[in-house]
Ligand binder design. Sequence first.
Ligand code: MF3
Ligand code: CO
Length: 249
Amino acid sequence: MIELKTTGEIQKMKDACKIAAGALHAAGEAVRPGVSTAEVNRAAEDFIIKHHAYPTFKGYNGYPAASCISINDEIIHGIPAKSRIIQPGDIVSVDVGATFNGFVGDNAATFAAGEISPEAQRLCDTTRESLYEGIKMAVAGNRIGDIGSTIQRYCEERGFSVVREYTGHGVGRVMHEDPSVPNFGTPGRGVRLLPGMTIAIEPMICMGSPAIKQMSDGWTVKTRDGKYAAHFEHSIAITPDGPVILTIA
Ligand code: MF3
Ligand code: CO
């Protein structure tokens, strides 16, 4: 069931989303060669705690940390670790959520560690741009397929591929609400978008094949071919005045 939010609820959600965005920014500032993913996670978690919010991911289905940190061919759900040291040329995807005042904010971005290859840069740029193209389609009266098909076309036209097994989602009082928001699809198909819907749009885009493999830690998801992947996410609200990005620091 899709839970529509009132203007007041969206205002509250903005507070949670602002904290999630601040945490993501803090994590991004911490990303550089020689730093462990545990330290990057710490930067995000400290920000959340300092703002009297709860790190949504911690304990979610048993997940052990405040953020997911996924490097290079890791697409999503990498578990931060002291032993995992960021290397020059790595692309580092950070996904972090905050719960505040009964609402959740969820966002992600891929950061460069030092000098990265032109192709890795193009992957990150395209993934970020595809998120904004998708957001533009999050207009009342459009359908879920308008968002996904736009992201898919944008990335595939540029030679990249879209992960199928994981999608965006409704977000609100809990992290994962209806509807599912795939990064692929058919224009004009799927759930109709209404004012008051709040969704997380999160393209996960690969340089090579979109086939995935699940790691034995039970969380980390990698590309099967070992090529790089990028991930950007915003929580947004669909309003009578168009899409509003909530995860702004
Ligand atoms: N934030 C992720 C998403 O965008 C989910 C993280 S799973 C968790 O849907 F277990 F780490 F919380
Ligand atoms: Co999400």
